[in-house]
Design a protein around this ligand. Structure first.
Ligand code: SF4
Length: 307
């Protein structure tokens, strides 16, 4: 039986094998297909960007920001809006053309995704997406496929850190450039298992650099975290539950709800936010309105870290 989708990018994947009808996370087959096509476009951008870098050229920061933001958007639970992905696909098409014109003469044997033309209609995009899924090429060696996907999921994770650092005004050229190098490598049929393994190790170092960048962005913006008691009871009154880990979004939410008697509940990844002095200060102003709530299926998450 033909599978409606295939995604095994996170620990929630069904049966530890893959989500094939709908995601355990809530992602449907349509969004999964659009994300597959978007990753296909991102690989083409990676190839073109990497060629430019090899020529010693630099890539516009806005393009690198787009690449990081869009990689981030395909992570688990970040965005399930098909219209948003269609916008990203169209923007990616424009960026491909831009990079091609910067390159001038294209190198020989370019991958198919570089010359792919995005159709106008969603129906046609969904048709095309069938040829871009993880398992489409059944002839691909399983270890090569696995290492390429490992690199892509690592890049998606680094994209989340890079996105959060970007929104606070912090960028790093080495981090930005690795997006192109890593994405291009997933198209390079000359790379062996050892090559891809070594590249994954190299990626790990760049990823640590990106984590340092985000730490610097967070601590220089909100101060060094200090041990902080966290209220773990519920408070009476209207509330907002915050998911994700975007400190800037949390900061803005605290400012916008200041003095309005709205309790802001955090959980999971946002728990460390309680320790940052600038957020704690705002918290004091809000009369301890930042409290930890335990979420369950009946909880209403009305604010989420969505890109
Ligand atoms: S991201 Fe969603 S669809 Fe993909 S493996 Fe995780 S739970 Fe399944």
């Amino acid at each position: 039986m033909e599978e409606l989708m295939f995604c095994y990018q996170c620990e929630q994947t069904i049966g530890g094998k893959g989500c094939t009808k709908a995601g355990n996370c809530g992602k449907d087959a349509e969004v999964a297909a659009l994300q597959d096509l978007l990753v296909y476009q991102l690989k083409a951008i990676g190839f073109l960007g990497n060629e430019l870098l090899k020529q010693g050229k630099t890539i516009d920061k806005e393009i690198s920001k787009f690449v990081a933001d869009v990689c981030f958007s395909t992570l688990t639970n970040v965005n399930f809006d098909p219209e948003r992905f269609i916008c990203f696909l169209k923007e990616a098409e424009k960026i491909k053309e831009n990079l091609k014109s910067q390159l001038g003469t294209l190198p020989p044997n370019i991958p198919e995704c570089v010359n792919y033309k995005l159709p106008d209609s969603k129906d046609k995009m969904l048709q095309d997406a069938k040829k871009t899924g993880i398992m489409y090429d059944q002839t691909l060696d399983a270890n090569i496929r696995s290492l390429r996907e490992t690199l892509i999921y690592g890049i998606k994770g680094m994209a989340a850190y890079a996105h959060h650092a970007h929104v606070l005004g912090y960028i790093d050229e080495e981090v930005n450039n690795f997006f192109y190098k890593g994405l291009a490598a997933t198209l390079d049929n000359s790379l062996t298992v050892d090559d891809l393994f070594n590249l994954t190790m190299e990626f790990g170092k760049v990823n640590l650099k990106c984590m340092e960048l985000l730490d610097k962005a967070n601590t220089q913006t909100y101060g060094n975290p200090v041990p902080t008691p966290v209220l773990i009871t519920k408070k009476k009154g209207p509330f907002i539950v915050v998911s994700g880990h975007d400190l800037k979004d949390l900061y803005e939410l605290l400012v916008q709800t200041e003095g309005k008697g709205i309790n802001i509940y955090t959980h999971g990844e946002m728990l460390p936010a309680h320790g940052y002095p600038e957020l704690k200060n705002l918290n004091t102003l809000l009369e301890t309105s930042v409290v930890l709530g335990r979420t369950n299926k009946k909880s209403l998450i009305i604010y989420q870290d969505v890109y």
